[in-house]
Design a binder for this molecule. Sequence first.
Ligand SMILES: NC(=O)c1ccc[n+]([C@@H]2O[C@H](COP(=O)([O-])OP(=O)(O)OC[C@H]3O[C@@H](n4cnc5c(N)ncnc54)[C@H](O)[C@@H]3O)[C@@H](O)[C@H]2O)c1
Length: 339
Amino acid sequence: MPGTPAVPIRGNRFCIVGGASLVGSATAGELLDHGAAEVVLFDNFAFGSDAAIAHLKDHPRLRLIRGDVMRIADLLRATEGMAGVLQLAAYMTLSMDRDPWGGLDVNIRGVQNALEACRANKVGKVVFASSNATYGYGPGVAGELVEDTPFHSAGAPPAAILYGASKIIGEQLCRDAFRKWGQDYVVLRYSTVYGERQHYRAANALYIIETLEKVRRGEPPEVFGDGSETKHFVYVGDLARANRMAFESAATDVAVNTSGPAPTTTLELVQLVTELAGGGLAPRFVGNEPGKVRLTSGGAFRIAHEAAFQAIGWKPEVDMREGLRRLIAWRDSNEGKAA
Ligand SMILES: NC(=O)c1ccc[n+]([C@@H]2O[C@H](COP(=O)([O-])OP(=O)(O)OC[C@H]3O[C@@H](n4cnc5c(N)ncnc54)[C@H](O)[C@@H]3O)[C@@H](O)[C@H]2O)c1
């Protein structure tokens, strides 16, 4: 649609910055399936892996560029001729805990570099992967989290605050680019992602993967505290669809939540993973291990995704039972064992 911020997928070229990733690999498949002329995966493989994109590597319309978001020349090369850019490259909380400055560089300067490259190459639309970490963590986070819920930081681990704050800054850099040079963009605030090609880098998704591994080893899975802590996940295939729809929609200059159908508690989650893994021992209730980064909130919460429907027509389709079934099937397949 010329003259509107909508970028059709069919026939257009897209670059996924940080593409050798959980979300990148799923989104590349989604864009290719919807007729993208080319999808470029740009990554320095700091965290991403060949295994994450092995299922795509022989696709005739997929191209891999090894490059670093800290080097604008790399980004200028990768974004040339692109109709849309999905900006994923980031450090999440656990990586931020290990290397705060590395994370702040990538999550802030890296985003600005990507936006500058899009400006130079006249890229139609940027979709930026933000996070529900923009609402913060700790005792202030409870109830319905909507897009204007403020950031809570009191009582949260420093790395989680640095991560959430870096995503807030990334969002504002997008807004700034819209105001200064009319760069169309959509910010999607992902909740915790899970699904095929699950990695160990997201603190909340570790509940799933650690439970699965313990059940498989015949050990009791662990539940933190009394298990009533809320988590709100989103299935990676639903997010890939959200990324595609953000490009296709006429929405611009907007930030919306993309969360799964409903929140869960850690106890429900551990019980469901145990059941889907074929059954196992009853869970063991544990306290915090010193030095381990835990993301806690003040009480039950739900990350509202209704604004995403208004803005880009998206709502989640895959519930936790089905999404976990797919994750476990992938882990049990040869592909999952290689990852
Ligand atoms: N996974 C989640 O639970 C979750 C939740 C909310 C938001 N997000 C956001 O979604 C995005 C994707 O998440 P994911 O789980 O797929 O992440 P991931 O860790 O799998 O992917 C991030 C990718 O960025 C790449 N990268 C890091 N530094 C780079 C650099 N300097 N240059 C080029 N590439 C670099 C990594 O190698 C990796 O492939 C991230 O921005 C993340 O903050 C993720």
